[in-house]
Ligand binder design. Structure first.
Ligand code: PLP
Length: 320
């Protein structure tokens, strides 16, 4: 396993993605501030290219391929957004991409991945081991495996979202970041420690899969069964090794949000802020709403991680 990245790697990633990734807006809402009693700064990665922050890490990682790796191609596994991030970045850089996607991945994510010109191989996420299939494909065809979170270049790329947020909003008292395998949260922690040293960093994972909470408590990575939750981007069974090294050092706390709280947050995003946020992207805001009494008067960063949700599913969820 390589060593975890540092903030210098986040800065280098920011240089690499400049001109390719969007510098997404930071939105604020007086109504939501009034309702929560805090000052909230929403970093809107639902407006990122391909609809989620994953493009940042993917483009950073693929930019670092040598000639041989570029010619042979990249392989990865993902429930959706990492797949699209790799597919789009590979398309831009002229690298062939093979993506392993679960049979039950949202159709919009499969279609988008195919639309970026990648090859898609389906698998059953409840019975097959995607990491094993990915490693086998990499070995057979000479492809380079770029996993969704346990990779220094992915972590450094994801960290640029928080680096930008702190440049745009200034220092924060606390930052809420959604948590699956930990690429986004660990990158965020590197940026926050460097640019806003007294900022508390809080990870938020689905209530159905609280492996992160338990990992932080026990000091070693806890493995769970695939959690059943509407937050399909955070249905991970365990944290990555590299993310966990950073998280245990630089993250203050991990909390959870229930599916009902995600739906409530999604409705506020749509009705008050007029933005479409996918269930996983609602994790951070859902936790902020629950913990609002403790956040009174504070400057709070909220990473809105993505907006890729089928329209029919979105309509059904917000109709509740
Ligand atoms: C991947 C993803 C996450 C979780 O990111 P990790 O780096 O796996 O922790 C959160 N939100 C969205 C929208 C995602 O696509």
């Amino acid at each position: 396993m390589p060593t975890p990245p540092t903030f210098d790697d986040v800065r280098a990633a920011a240089e690499r993605i400049r001109g390719h990734a969007h510098r997404t807006p930071v939105l604020t809402s007086r109504r939501i501030d009034a309702a929560t009693g805090a000052r909230l700064f929403f970093k809107c990665e639902n407006f990122q290219r391909m609809g989620a922050f994953k493009f940042r890490g993917a483009f950073n990682a693929l930019s670092r391929f040598d000639e041989d790796q570029r010619r042979s191609g990249v392989v990865t596994y993902s429930s959706g957004n990492h797949a699209q991030g790799i597919a789009l970045a590979a398309n831009i850089l002229g690298i062939p991409a093979t993506i392993l996607m679960p049979d039950d991945a949202p159709e919009s994510k499969v279609a988008a991945t195919l639309g970026y010109g990648a090859s898609v191989v389906r698998f059953d996420r409840y019975t097959e081991d995607r990491e094993e299939i990915g490693r086998a494909l990499a070995a057979d065809k000479g492809l380079t495996l770029v996993p969704p979170y346990d990779h220094p270049d992915i972590i450094a790329g994801q960290g640029t979202a928080t680096m930008e947020l702190l440049e745009q909003a200034g220092e924060l008292d606390v930052l809420f970041v959604c948590l699956g395998g930990g690429g986004l949260l660990s990158g965020a922690a590197l940026a926050a420690r460097a640019l806003s040293p007294s900022c508390r960093v809080v990870g938020v994972e689905p209530e159905a899969g609280d492996d992160g909470v338990r990992s932080l408590r026990t000091g070693s990575i806890v493995h769970i069964d695939t959690p059943v939750t509407i937050a399909d981007g955070a249905q991970t069974q365990h944290l990555g090794v590299l993310p966990f090294e950073i998280i245990r050092r630089d993250v203050d706390e991990i909390v959870t949000a229930s599916d009902a709280e995600l739906v409530a947050a999604m409705r506020v995003f749509a009705s008050t802020m007029k933005i479409v946020v996918e269930p996983t992207g609602c994790l951070a805001f859902a936790a902020v709403r629950r913990l609002a009494p403790e956040l009174a008067g504070q400057r709070v960063g909220v990473i809105v991680s993505g907006g890729n949700v089928d329209l029919d599913r979105f309509a059904a969820l917000v109709a509740g």
